[in-house]
Design a binder for this molecule. Structure first.
Ligand SMILES: *Cc1c(COP(=O)(O)O)cnc(C)c1O
Length: 392
């Protein structure tokens, strides 16, 4: 069959060529999960060191069973938006449980963490308002900020002096203001200075939104970044995901009752999208039980990250996310390929996900990894780093 290239196809082909040339094209590989850490790709068995399933709960027998029961009892899909069909009781139950876990009055579940962040800022701010956002905050926080039509300013990563200066300069011109940050940063694994952020937010009457997608289940015995400090640093807007340590799929915002009620009416990614399927919610509920009952399990990913960093000559990590920064895209891709040949799956992370010149391996640790596999990875990463340093 001869296919005629339309202007649309030519446009796409040209874009792709450009990305390919700069080593920025991304490809989807078919990958079968075998268990909580082993995957199969192109007939090869690899140990996965780039999943966010930090506790291996996506494969936990009790989580699977809860999800299976929910499918059998309630069906595969949820049918419509909660505002149309009413919400499934499991959703209300999980919202109450998450609110209690986060120490807030209320909570709302969204279809994903990404949707939660597209919902929150635009529901609260408009064109006369101001957003201050950490430059390394997750892409969906940036997208939510843009969608709100507020004035958006980025502050330097975790730089409280820069944030304070920007607040002093710009807060007065805005009606309302929000400060947006990750709790645990998704590509660097460091933790935001939440006590100072809370002080600055109070001082400048700005509403702090903390995205702790990577904190629940992994930091402070599983309780999240807010509890990584001597006194709990609880933001009024605490967003997170069911898709990472909780091993399921979905997102949430824990906040006051008034704020949650406003979002139930105003948040477009809640009103105009279908509610998450019952099986995903039942799985997250069971996973939350396990997180609450097993703080030791939640400490394990960070313990393994520490073991890895000590052996690979990297600084002590704050979370189970460890960046191995290699600089340019080609190096990161080569390093990822070398690890794959050794049976280790670690994705190369390139711009625009991370700033230019900081292409990296992003290594994540799961409670389900064995110490032997961690040590093998440390040795391989150490070799790669030494080789690059020798070539400098
Ligand atoms: C993964 C991630 C999200 C998105 O959550 P999903 O449930 O995967 O859509 C949001 N924020 C941060 C910081 C993340 O790492």
């Amino acid at each position: 069959m001869t296919s005629k290239l339309t202007s649309l196809d030519r446009f796409a082909a040209r874009k792709l060529e450009g990305l390919e040339r700069r080593n920025l094209r991304r490809k989807l590989a078919q990958t079968q999960t075998l268990d909580a850490v082993a995957v199969e790709r192109d007939g090869e068995r690899l140990i996965n060191f780039c999943s966010n399933d930090y506790l291996g709960l996506s494969h936990h027998p009790e989580v699977i069973e809860a999800s299976r029961q929910a499918v059998l009892e309630h069906g595969a899909g949820s049918g419509a938006s909660r505002l149309v069909t009413g919400g499934h009781p499991l959703l209300f139950e999980l919202e109450q449980r998450l609110a209690a876990f986060k120490g807030t009055e209320d909570c709302i579940i969204f279809g994903s963490g990404y949707l939660a962040n597209l919902a929150i800022t635009p529901a609260l701010l408009g064109s006369t308002d101001l957003v201050l956002i950490d430059e390394y905050a997750h892409a969906c926080l940036h997208s939510g900020a843009q969608l709100s039509r507020a004035r958006v300013e980025m502050f330097r990563h975790n730089d409280m002096a820069d944030l304070a200066a920007r607040l002093a300069a710009a807060r007065g011109d805005a009606r309302n203001a929000m400060i947006l940050t990750d709790g645990v940063f998704s590509m660097d694994g460091d933790i935001a200075p939440l006590p100072t952020l809370i002080e600055l937010a109070d001082q400048y009457d700005s509403w702090l939104l903390v995205d702790d997608a990577h904190g629940i289940g992994t930091v402070a015995g599983g309780r999240g970044a807010a509890n990584a400090f001597t006194t709990a640093a609880t933001a009024p807007l605490q967003m997170g995901t069911l898709s990472k340590a909780l091993g399921s799929y979905g997102g949430y915002l824990a906040a006051s009752h008034q704020v949650c009620e406003l979002l139930r009416t105003r948040a477009r990614p809640l009103v105009f999208t279908t509610a998450p399927p019952p099986a995903a919610i039942a799985a997250a509920l069971k996973a939350l039980d396990l997180v609450e009952q097993q703080p030791d399990l939640c400490e394990r990913p960070l313990e393994l990250a520490r073991r890895f960093c000590a052996a690979a000559g990297l600084p002590d990590p704050a979370s189970p996310i460890v960046p191995v920064i290699l600089g340019d895209e080609t190096r990161a891709l080569e390093a990822s390929e070398r690890l794959r040949q050794a049976g280790l799956l670690v994705a190369a992370i390139r711009p625009p996900t991370v700033p230019k010149g900081t292409a990296r391996l992003r290594v994540t640790f799961s409670a389900a990894h064995s110490e032997t596999d961690v040590d093998r990875l440390a040795k391989a990463v150490q070799d790669i780093r030494l080789q690059y340093e020798a070539a400098q």
